[in-house]
Ligand binder design. Structure first.
Ligand code: ACO
Length: 266
């Protein structure tokens, strides 16, 4: 399957988006996904994660940059806690391990598409980013952060593990020791520390978040689209590859670029 095959035609409709607590705006090459339950601090339900997956599957092929943001006072308060008290769709009790893992895999699809090389993904984080919200920011390629941002991996404090794809990027960014400290204390990381730890690429005053994101998006769009796709693919595989493997990957990608730019077919 190619990257583009992952984009079928059916986009989630307004009702599905509303049910998911999401809003989607597509303006040419830029899609903006808004976590849109501000009265619940953008708490996320199973429908939210399924909705995110549906957005990923149905993005128009000419979208190059996806911005994720939160409506209201924060990015996201994480999982909707009412689901624990039976207010939402039931949790699996884990007794059928295979079914439970399939269920979680479906929810993780709401996050994994953000790494696809055909798009660049930017989390615009202000206020709290807790649990599943923190993991959503971690699933993006980069994070632009307001100086009021507060990150917290709350899951272990609730008896759970972070299972929405966040453990790998967290360890890759901050290292195993700091990741353990953050997860096992469930403490809150403010914007200035997030920047020091590498969790935020850019920190701006809260009122300047939208402008900073717009500047970043404009800069991303100014780069050659094919080179952007190839470079993202290359960079994301670098941590897994040996130097020899990565050199080979660079040669392959560059051959593809040269062929596209100069029309060689040898
Ligand atoms: N699930 C459901 N409802 C929520 C959630 C949530 N995660 N977070 C906030 N809300 C609701 C509140 O119950 C409140 O509802 P009400 O107006 O009916 O009383 C409303 O949103 C506003 O919340 P406040 O607490 O009043 O807002 P404030 O801005 O003072 O605090 C904060 C925001 C810090 C996010 C706080 O609401 C909070 O700690 N929420 C819980 C965070 C949490 O533990 N999330 C789970 C993480 S683990 C995971 O994601 C897997």
């Amino acid at each position: 399957m190619t990257d583009m095959d992952a984009r079928p035609a059916t986009a989630p409709g307004e009702a599905e988006l509303a049910e998911a607590g999401l809003a989607l705006e597509i303006d040419g090459a830029v899609a903006t996904v808004t976590l849109n339950r501000p009265e619940r601090r953008n708490a996320m339900t199973f429908a939210t994660w399924r909705g995110l997956a549906a957005i990923g599957r149905s993005l128009p092929a000419d979208v190059r940059v996806v911005v994720l943001r939160g409506a209201g006072p924060c990015f996201s308060a994480g999982i909707d806690l009412s689901m624990f008290s039976g207010g939402g769709e039931g949790f699996s009790d884990g007794s059928d391990a295979a079914a439970t893992e399939r269920f979680i895999a479906e929810l993780q699809e709401g996050y994994t598409w953000l790494r696809r090389p055909d798009i660049v993904t930017v989390a615009a984080v202000h206020g709290h980013a807790i649990g599943g919200g923190f993991q959503l920011a971690l699933a993006c390629d980069m994070r632009v952060v307001a100086d009021d941002a507060k990150f917290c991996m709350k899951e272990p404090a609730l008896g759970l593990v972070p299972d929405l794809t966040g453990t790998k990027p967290l360890v890759e960014i901050v290292g195993i020791g700091r990741a353990l400290e953050l997860c096992l204390t469930a403490r809150t990381v403010a914007a200035d520390e997030a920047a020091r730890l590498g969790l935020a690429e850019i920190v701006v005053p809260a009122g300047g978040l939208d402008a900073a994101v717009a500047d970043l998006v404009a800069a991303l769009l100014a780069v050659n689209p094919g080179a952007a796709v190839a470079t993202k693919r290359l960079l994301w595989q670098a941590p897994e590859n040996t130097l020899d493997e990565q050199c080979a990957a660079e040669r392959r990608e560059q051959t593809g670029r040269l062929r596209e730019m100069f029309g060689g077919n040898g």
